[in-house]
Design a protein around this ligand. Structure first.
Ligand SMILES: Nc1ncnc2c1ncn2[C@@H]1O[C@H](COP(=O)(O)OP(=O)(O)O)[C@@H](O)[C@H]1O
Ligand SMILES: [Mg+2]
Length: 237
C-alpha cells in the first residue's frame, strides 16, 4: 500500500499496480459515468458503483452512516488522524486478510477528505466476478449442505486470522459461480486477540438468516446453520 497526501485536506492510500496517477479522479462516480465506465450498482447503506477500470472491474463505495443519526450527518465522520479513518482501516484490514489467504476483495484505493473537524471517505476494491450475496441467492432457492459448509469454513479462516467482522450478515457474504465464498464489507471491523467475540459474529449471522426469512421469504431452515457450523468447526485453529 502506498500513501499520498494530495493536500492538507486529502490523503489517499493505493495499490500502485492499479493506480499510476494518485491525483486521478477515481473516487468520483461522475468521472466514470462521463467515460461510460459504470457497469452497474448495488445498494447497501448507500450505493456501490461497479466500474470498468483499465485495471479490471472494481467496486467504488462512499462511506455512509446508517440509522437515524445517519440522516443528520450522512457521510461525515469525526477526524482523529489520517490513519484512523474508516477507509484507511478497511484498506489495511483487507490487505492483511488477503495476505492470510482469506477470500476478501483486493483493496485498490482508499481516500479521506477532511473538512473542519470531520472527514468523508471512499474505498475502491476489486469486484468479485460472477458473485451474488446470500440474500439474493436464497430468495431464488436453497443452498446445499456443501455450500453452507464452505461458508462456515471461510468464517473460520477469518477468525483464525483474528479478525472480528462486526457486521457479519447475509448481505456481506458472496458466493461466486465457482462455488467460492467471499466475505466483504469490513467497515469498522478490526483485528482482535482472545476469544469470546467469535461467537457473537456467528450469533449475528444466525439472526440475519432468521430475520430475512420473515423479511424476504428466503429459502432457509434452522438445520442449514448446523451445516455451516460443521464447516466452521472443521477448520483447525
Ligand atoms: N468487491 C465487491 N465485489 C462485488 N460486489 C461488491 C463488492 N463490494 C461491494 N459489493 C456489493 O455492494 C453491496 C454493498 O457493499 P458493502 O461493502 O456491503 O457496503 P454497505 O453494506 O456498507 O453499503 C454488497 O452487498 C455487494 O452486493
Ligand atoms: Mg454490506
Amino acid at each position: 500500500m502506498q500513501r499520498r497526501q494530495l493536500s492538507a485536506q486529502e490523503v489517499i492510500w493505493y495499490d500502485p499496480q492499479w493506480l499510476a496517477d494518485p491525483a486521478a479522479p477515481v473516487f468520483d462516480p461522475a468521472h466514470w459515468r462521463r467515460h461510460n465506465r459504470i457497469s452497474g450498482q448495488a445498494s447497501g447503506r448507500g450505493t456501490t458503483w461497479f466500474i470498468r477500470s483499465d485495471g479490471g472491474d472494481a467496486a467504488l463505495r462512499h462511506y455512509r452512516r446508517g440509522g437515524l443519526f445517519g440522516k443528520l450527518v450522512r457521510d461525515c465522520y469525526w477526524f482523529s488522524g489520517w490513519d484512523n479513518t474508516r477507509s484507511q482501516q478497511e484498506f489495511a484490514l483487507l490487505s492483511t486478510l488477503r495476505a492470510a489467504g482469506v477470500n476478501v476483495p483486493r483493496p485498490l484505493a482508499a481516500r479521506a477528505v477532511k473538512r473542519g473537524l470531520c472527514y468523508r471517505a471512499d474505498l475502491i476494491t476489486e469486484k468479485i466476478a460472477a458473485a451474488r450475496d446470500l440474500a439474493e441467492l436464497l430468495q431464488q432457492g436453497p443452498l446445499d449442505t456443501e455450500e453452507y459448509r464452505h461458508i462456515g469454513i471461510e468464517i473460520a479462516r477469518l477468525h483464525r486470522a483474528q479478525v472480528n467482522h462486526t457486521d457479519l450478515n447475509i448481505h456481506n457474504i458472496l458466493l461466486d459461480t465457482d462455488g467460492r465464498v467471499w466475505l466483504i464489507d469490513f467497515d469498522k471491523c478490526h483485528a482482535q486477540s482472545g476469544n469470546g467475540w467469535q461467537q457473537s459474529n456467528l450469533d449475528r449471522l444466525l439472526r440475519s438468516f432468521r430475520k430475512e426469512v420473515k423479511k424476504r421469504a428466503i429459502h432457509w431452515q434452522e438445520q442449514d446453520f448446523a451445516a455451516l457450523l460443521d464447516g466452521y468447526r472443521s477448520v483447525r485453529k
